[in-house]
Design a protein around this ligand. Structure first.
Ligand SMILES: [Mn+2]
Length: 260
C-alpha cells in the first residue's frame, strides 16, 4: 500500500476534552538542553487534557536501547518528564521521519499513547485528520521509496539488530544525504505536501481539516472551499525570537500560542 492510499486506521475520541494541544518537530537531541527545559515547562503546566505530538519529537532515534547510553541523557530526562506530565493529562505520540524507530519501551516508560499516521481525532464536536505530513509529500518520489523501505518490519528489525555505533554512523549518513538533497532542491521545493493527496485523505476520512507538522512552515492553507490544512511550527530555542509554538483547540476554536 502506498502512502497515498493510506486509510486512517485509528479513531481517537475525546468527548470531555475542553482544551487540546498539538505540537510537532521539537527535534530534541543530545545538545538541546534549553529546548528540553521549555518542553518540560510547557508539558507540566499546559491546561490541555490531551497533548498530541505529531512527530519528530526527537532529532533522531536509532533504538530504545539508547536510553541506557550516557550520550542520550537529554532523551532519558525527556522520557521521565513525559511520564510525569502524562499523570495529569493524556499525551499521544505519532512518529515522524526522524523518530519512527521509537519503540515499545520508549512509549511505555514515557507513558505516551501511540498513534498511527494518519488518524482521526473527534473532539469538541469536530473531526480532525492528524498526520506527521511526510507521507503526503508525494512529489518527492525518492523519499517515498525510502520511507516505505525503512517502515518495513524487516528493515526495522535488521537495523535495530546492528551495533549502536553502526546505527549512529548510518543515521549520520542518511542525514547528510538528505541535507545535500535539500541544498540542491532549494527551500521551497523541499518537502511540500501535495494538495490533491491531502484532499484525497480528507475526503476519505470525512474531515475538513488536516493538522500536520514536518515542513516547519507554520500556516493555514485552504485546499478547497471546505477543506484546509493547518501546519504546526517546529521548535527552536536558539532562534531569535525563540520558536516554541503550540496549536490549541479550545471552545471549538484553534489558536496558536508561544510558550515560554
Ligand atoms: Mn519531519
Amino acid at each position: 500500500m502506498s502512502a497515498r492510499d493510506a486509510q486512517p486506521s485509528e479513531h481517537i475520541e475525546g468527548p470531555a476534552w475542553s482544551c487540546v494541544d498539538f505540537i510537532s518537530d521539537i527535534h530534541l537531541g543530545p545538545t538541546s538542553k534549553p529546548l528540553a527545559l521549555s518542553l518540560k515547562n510547557y508539558l507540566l503546566h499546559t491546561p490541555a487534557q490531551a497533548v498530541f505530538i505529531l512527530g519528530d519529537l526527537l532529532e533522531v532515534w536509532i533504538g530504545d536501547d539508547c536510553l541506557e547510553q550516557t550520550h542520550f541523557e537529554i532523551e532519558r530526562a525527556c522520557v521521565q518528564m513525559l511520564k510525569q506530565a502524562s499523570l495529569e493529562r493524556s499525551i499521544f505520540f505519532m512518529p515522524g521521519n526522524r523518530d519512527f524507530l521509537v519503540g515499545a519501551r520508549f512509549l511505555q516508560e514515557s507513558g505516551m499513547h501511540p498513534l498511527s499516521d494518519p488518524c482521526i481525532l473527534q473532539t469538541q464536536g469536530q473531526r480532525f485528520l492528524l498526520s506527521h505530513g511526510d507521507a503526503l509529500c508525494t512529489g518527492d518520489l525518492d523519499y517515498q521509496v525510502f520511507r516505505q523501505e525503512v517502515r518495513r518490519k524487516a528493515w526495522r528489525d535488521a537495523f535495530l539488530a546492528r551495533p549502536l555505533d553502526e546505527r549512529l554512523a548510518m543515521a549520520k549518513k542518511m542525514r547528510e544525504q538528505s541535507q545535500l538533497k535539500q541544498s540542491h532542491q532549494g527551500e521551497i521545493a523541499y518537502a511540500e505536501l501535495d494538495t490533491q493527496a491531502c484532499l484525497d485523505w480528507l475526503e476519505r476520512s470525512d474531515c475538513e481539516l488536516l493538522i500536520h507538522g514536518h515542513t516547519h512552515r507554520p500556516m493555514r492553507h485552504a485546499l478547497s472551499k471546505a477543506r484546509a490544512r493547518e501546519v504546526l511550527s517546529d521548535w527552536d530555542a536558539d532562534a531569535i525570537p525563540p520558536r516554541r509554538q503550540v496549536l490549541r483547540l479550545q471552545d471549538g476554536l484553534l489558536k496558536r500560542l508561544e510558550v515560554l
